[in-house]
Design a protein around this ligand. Structure first.
Ligand code: C2E
Ligand code: MG
Ligand code: MG
Ligand code: MG
Length: 280
């Protein structure tokens, strides 16, 4: 029932967010402790090629294994970490960890495939970001083509020129950029026009019940066609049924991700997943 406890804890945290400065200090302390004590763990969710139905990549998703409260979901603590200015510490760790794990799988002889890491848009304003990316690749020996960064929209507004420039620098390293939760931000089309990105991920809100709502189908179909005209790769997330897969394939979506294929797995479970797909 760690999920249940996580849920209880999630609401505890939500309340905390609205609370006083001194209480936020306590959270600040426990997040610092989490960083120091290595309480974070990366889970990996498979991405599937829509043509071959084969594994085409994976997304790294962070979990906080709290000594008292059990597993805490990122949607609970990432916003707090952003607010407290701790997000770069956390995302740095994720980048390094994901590169290291991916390289380890390559070395063990599993098929080479990219790992996508979520990067808080706040980190785009960190002067050290580029050198952190470089040193993570160098230290782990992972080729840049096996690392992608997923950035949620919404962010870019504050200083578009700086963000465009930063994304170009990331691209120059050979790292692809993906816009996460596409369609949920408030200037999706502006971003498509101006940001030098390589991929969009259609938010699960648009994927769920795609067959029950004609409007929704029309929008997803349009997003995919538009993205393809711009030569972008399209991933659909939050796929839970065969019907959703069929419809998205009809619209020529490139990659699929969701519980229908697999939940996010810890590194041991993901290794088993690799072994199982190898045998097929
Ligand atoms: P996201 O990047 O859009 O990730 C997709 C979320 O949907 C994940 O939640 C995933 O577990 C969940 N999901 C996957 N398939 C399904 C499905 O079929 N149905 C449903 N209902 N959900 C599905 P998760 O792992 O709780 O992560 C939530 C968000 O937290 C992520 O959304 C991402 O924005 C953020 N996040 C996760 N890890 C990191 C990280 O290392 N750094 C940063 N900055 N943000 C992170
Ligand atoms: Mg993501
Ligand atoms: Mg998303
Ligand atoms: Mg998100």
């Amino acid at each position: 029932n760690s999920k249940e406890e996580g849920g209880k804890h999630a609401s505890f945290f939500k309340k905390q967010m609205e609370k006083s400065f001194s209480e936020k200090m306590i959270l600040d302390h426990s997040l610092h402790e989490a960083i120091r004590e290595n309480q974070f763990e990366l889970y990996y969710q498979p991405k599937i090629d829509s043509n071959t139905e084969e594994l085409s990549g994976m997304e790294a998703l962070i979990r906080w294994q709290h000594p008292e409260y059990g597993i805490i979901s990122p949607s609970t603590f990432i916003p707090i970490a952003e607010e407290l200015g701790l997000i770069f510490e956390i995302d740095k760790w994720c980048i390094f960890q994901a590169c290291k794990q991916n390289k380890a799988w390559h070395n063990k002889g599993y098929p080479d495939m990219p790992v996508s890491v979520n990067l808080s848009a706040k980190c785009l304003y960190e002067p050290d970001l580029i050198s952190i990316l470089k040193s993570s690749l160098e230290a782990t020996g992972l080729d840049a083509k096996y690392l992608k960064l997923e950035i949620t929209e919404g962010v870019f507004i504050r200083d578009p020129d700086l963000v465009i420039d930063k994304i170009k620098k990331i691209n120059q390293l050979g790292i692809a950029i993906s816009i996460d939760d596409f369609g949920m931000g408030y200037s999706s089309l502006y971003h498509l026009l101006h940001l030098p990105i390589q991929e969009i991920k259609i938010d699960k809100i648009f994927v769920q019940d795609i067959n029950k709502d004609e409007k929704q189908g029309a929008i997803v179909n349009m997003i995919i066609s538009l993205a393809h005209r711009l030569r972008l790769n399209v991933v659909a997330e939050g796929i839970e049924t065969k019907e959703e897969v069929n419809r998205l394939r009809q619209y020529q979506c490139n990659e699929f991700q969701g519980y229908y294929y697999s939940k996010p797995l810890n590194h041991k479970e993901f290794t088993q997943y690799l072994i199982n797909t190898d045998k097929k």
